[in-house]
Ligand binder design. Structure first.
Ligand code: FAD
Length: 400
């Protein structure tokens, strides 16, 4: 069997790439019995497939990979994607874009329909790749499966990262790439919850609030934090997790002030104005803290519920300021690959042409989607990357 192009992996990047390749005989092989298993669970089963950002902002959501992703995202942006889809969509207040059906299979069906329309594509599921070889730049790639030996001029690795291995993504593609001499940036879980050492906010589990999170390398994140039984999750934490490691210290501010001094002044003023009021009530009203949050803070700081504002010792005042503005937590562990939404790390971007996604080491070898050392914030940026990188490769291959 001989093909022009073989794509390994039937997630959003592999499927979208296949349908965009023109004038080539394409074979797409997926290891699972079904395509797009991860796409189906994305966005809680609703699939937040892109974001409403303008292009300039869009590229800032990929951390230090901004320059690498730029060409592919400018070549095929969120606007281009929204023109291409054949289903209605909805945009949330934060700019996340979902199918109007709020069902991820709407997106998967669109991808599969696009493939069905093309006569040049063969798709197969349940295929286990045993080996991939290429003797030199002139020879085709030789792919050995459990039943066949298949040859192809062009090979695209779209096998994803290592997150949610139960869905078929165990990092197979990294091993294939290593065989061709590629460097793999150590894959680690990202967009993942934090397990906190000596966590003492268990009673808040299930509740959320707006916070500012600072990392020990001075990065600052603002947004919604969700308390869990073991630590923190929610968008602000998931996004920060892309830059955190086990053992790191984070600082949380539960009150919206620019710096500690500003908060200290405000707190002193409030205490002065409400001398005869209960501290508990004053904190609740002024800083919009929940009763549960204040009760737990009072318990942790050993403050009496009946304490009035004018009876607050200086030492306790400082403890409250510290608790609300600069509370430090030690990360015992980042959530592992079983809970992480994406993988940070993967095929080294230095070895990939950012315009075409072709390997700089091996001619006609391409990488698309999450297998590459590119990860984005929550908000639809990772699936947009899968589509944009797939389109970059498809455009280049169509010209060959
Ligand atoms: C719970 C969860 C929620 C998420 N929600 C969102 C969201 O709302 N928005 C967003 O932008 N991103 C989200 N993501 C991330 C997003 O789903 C991925 O970044 C995206 O699916 C990556 O696409 P991909 O095609 O590169 O890889 P994948 O979707 O991982 O697809 C890779 C495919 O390759 C197959 N494969 C692996 N090895 C082989 C092999 N040896 N041979 C053949 N096939 C193989 C796999 O079975 C898989 O089907 C979420 C991820 C998770 C886990």
């Amino acid at each position: 069997m001989h093909y022009d192009v073989i794509i390994l992996g039937g997630g959003p990047s592999g499927l979208f790439c296949a349908s965009n390749i023109k004038n080539k005989k394409v074979l797409l092989l997926e290891k699972n019995e079904k395509f797009g298993k991860k796409l189906l669970v994305s966005g809680g089963g609703k699939c937040n497939f892109t974001n409403n950002d303008n292009l300039k902002d869009l590229i800032t959501h990929y951390g230090n990979k901004k320059n690498f992703v730029k060409k592919a995202l400018y070549n095929y942006s969120n606007i281009d994607l929204l023109k291409d889809i054949d289903f209605e969509y909805t945009i949330t207040e934060e700019g996340k874009i979902f199918p109007k059906s709020m069902k991820s299979f709407t997106v998967l069906n669109w991808l599969l329909k696009n493939i069905e329309k093309k006569k040049n594509i063969i798709i197969k599921t349940g295929i286990n790749i045993l080996d991939i070889k290429k003797d030199n730049n002139k020879e085709p790639f030789i792919i050995k499966t459990q039943n066949a030996i298949i040859k192809t001029k062009i090979l695209i690795l779209a096998t994803g990262g290592k997150s949610f291995p139960a869905l078929g993504t165990k990092g197979d593609g990294y091993n294939f790439a290593k065989k061709f001499g590629h460097n793999i940036i150590h894959p680690k879980p990202a967009l993942t919850p934090l397990i906190i050492k000596d966590f003492n906010l268990i009673d808040l589990a299930g509740t959320s609030m707006i916070v500012t999170l600072k990392t020990n390398n001075n990065m600052k994140f603002e947004g919604n934090l969700l308390f869990t039984h073991k630590g923190f999750s929610g968008p602000v934490v998931l996004n920060a997790s892309r830059y955190l490691n086990n053992g790191d210290i984070i600082k949380l501010s539960f009150v919206p002030f620019r710096d500690e001094e500003e908060f200290r002044n405000d707190f002193f003023n409030v205490l002065n104005k409400n001398k005869n009021e209960l501290l508990y009530e004053t904190l609740r009203k002024r800083y919009k803290l929940t009763k549960r949050f204040i009760s737990i803070m009072f318990h942790n700081l050993e403050i009496n519920n009946k304490l009035k504002c004018n009876a607050l010792p200086k030492k306790v005042r400082n403890k409250i300021i510290n608790y609300l503005y600069n509370h430090t937590y030690v990360i015992e562990k980042l959530g592992d690959f079983n809970v992480a939404m994406v993988t940070k790390g993967g095929i080294d971007t230095k070895e990939i042409n950012s315009k075409t996604m072709e390997s700089k080491l091996v001619k006609n070898l391409y990488f698309i989607g999450e297998i590459i050392d590119v990860d984005g914030d929550t908000g639809g940026y990772n699936i947009q990357w899968a589509f944009s990188s797939a389109k970059a490769a498809a455009d280049d291959i169509s010209k060959k």
